[in-house]
Write a protein that binds this ligand. Structure first.
Ligand SMILES: *Cc1c(COP(=O)(O)O)cnc(C)c1O
Length: 415
């Protein structure tokens, strides 16, 4: 990845691209929403399809010359249908947020009511945050996790829904380490006559591999990101029952987007093909195993985990008891200086500000992609503990950087 061609035109951008590739190779990517796509997905995404306008859908485009675009989009749809068992799939959303937008635009009027999980408790901006279009267009109330257990409070959700009478209930989260009971949430929605959107952005790969229960066939709508656990390149996807297919397609295009990013759709098609192979199931299982090993290691070192552990690809660490002097931001900065990249995160019952919250969110999808096994991951957990125990100790940082370098060398990426 020397970006020779780019370099011949633009030294500055080529330098930055090479710098980014080196950063990804030589440091630990533990942001739970990130992953490393294959070189095949990279190649498809960096292809001539970026040149092509293909407004419309396969077989019904507004432009000529779409035979290859059609082929690629059909393959992406077919493979996604097979992966998830969905009746209808739209692979055009530019991102997970645009996928959610399509559901809202197709089903809600401005002023309609959304009931979603509080952002501080693991929800997402596109579920009704005041700074997001959802918070501006709709009336939003939020449910919570139980602050003691860190688990979704399904009874509280049912009570809240009965009182608020939402038009749609949103499930699926950005920082929830436990399995979600889709059928329970669906019964709450049925009880109050609400639609149910299950946003599996983070766990799209785990659901595809059968490692996490699937909401497809249960929830009215299922949306996802394609660049997180499923590592199919940047983008979004919407799935629904046939009855909603035309409404959803119209809400994606022309409702919310113009021409589809056909090069990204090519990436999705290739990534979905990879996700259909048996190796992907093994990958998803290892990702969850590694998250468990990471959680156990951190717990052994005195850290407190929200919900006590994990069922998926991430652990959420609440630093307040074990490290009351260290904010999530302090931990993030110290770890980054030690070549371990993750993010500060709010925790249930947050007492600091969202800009410098009390926790860190730590994910295993990217490390598992580059080959980290349970032993490697245990070592990573020990390194994280070492850094947070002495967040401004230069000698510790330097030691940890050496160990990170060795782990990276043993698990090479994009050679
Ligand atoms: C990541 C995420 C999204 C989508 O994010 P984009 O950056 O728009 O792709 C949507 N919902 C949840 C719960 C997420 O975690």
């Amino acid at each position: 990845m020397d970006h020779e061609v780019t370099r011949s035109v633009d030294e500055a951008v080529a330098e930055a691209l090479e710098g980014e590739a080196d950063r990804q190779r030589s440091t630990l990517q533990m942001i739970a929403s990130e992953n490393h796509v294959s070189e095949a997905v990279l190649d498809a995404q960096g292809s001539v399809l970026t040149n092509k306008y293909a407004e419309g859908y396969p077989g019904a485009r507004y432009y000529g010359g779409c035979e290859y675009a059609d082929e690629v989009e059909r393959l992406a749809i077919e493979r996604a249908s097979e992966l998830f068992g969905a009746d209808h799939v739209n692979v055009q959303p530019h991102s997970g947020t645009q996928a959610n937008q399509a559901v809202y635009f197709s089903m809600l009027e401005p002023g309609d009511k959304i009931l979603s999980l509080d952002l501080n408790h693991g929800g997402h901006l596109s579920h009704g945050h005041p700074a997001n279009f959802t918070g501006q267009l709709y009336e939003v109330e939020q449910y919570e996790v139980n602050p003691e257990t860190g688990l979704l409070d399904y009874d509280g959700l049912a009570d809240h829904a009965a009182e608020f009478e939402p038009d749609i209930i949103v499930s699926g989260y950005s920082a929830y380490p436990r399995e979600v009971e889709w059928t329970t949430i669906q019964s709450v929605a049925d009880e109050v006559g609400a639609l149910h959107l299950a946003d599996i952005a983070h766990i799209t790969g785990l659901v595809a591999a059968g490692v996490h229960a699937s909401p497809v066939g249960i929830a009215d709508f299922v949306t996802g990101s394609t660049h997180k656990t499923i590592r199919a390149g940047r983008g979004g996807i919407v799935m629904c029952r046939e009855e909603y297919a035309d409404d959803i397609d119209a809400a994606v295009f022309p409702g919310g987007q113009g021409g589809p990013l056909m090069h990204n759709i090519a990436g999705k098609a290739v990534g979905f093909k990879e996700a259909l192979q048996p190796e992907f199931e093994a990958y998803a299982e290892r990702t969850v195993e590694n998250a468990n090993v990471l959680g156990e290691t951190l717990a052994e070192h005195g850290f407190s985990l929200v919900s006590g552990g994990t069922d998926n690809h991430l652990v959420l660490v609440d630093l307040r008891e074990s490290h009351p002097e260290t904010s999530g931001g302090d931990a993030e900065d110290a770890l980054e200086a030690a070549d371990i990249v993750l993010n500060a995160n709010t925790v249930p019952g947050e007492t600091r500000s969202p800009f410098d919250p009390s926790g860190i969110r730590v994910g295993t999808p990217a490390l598992t992609t580059r080959g980290f096994d349970a032993d490697d991951t245990r070592r990573v957990g020990e390194l994280i503990a070492r850094v947070i125990d002495a967040p401004s100790d230069e000698a510790v940082r330097s030691d940890v950087r050496d160990e990170v370098a060795a782990l990276c060398e043993a698990n090479p990426l994009y050679e």
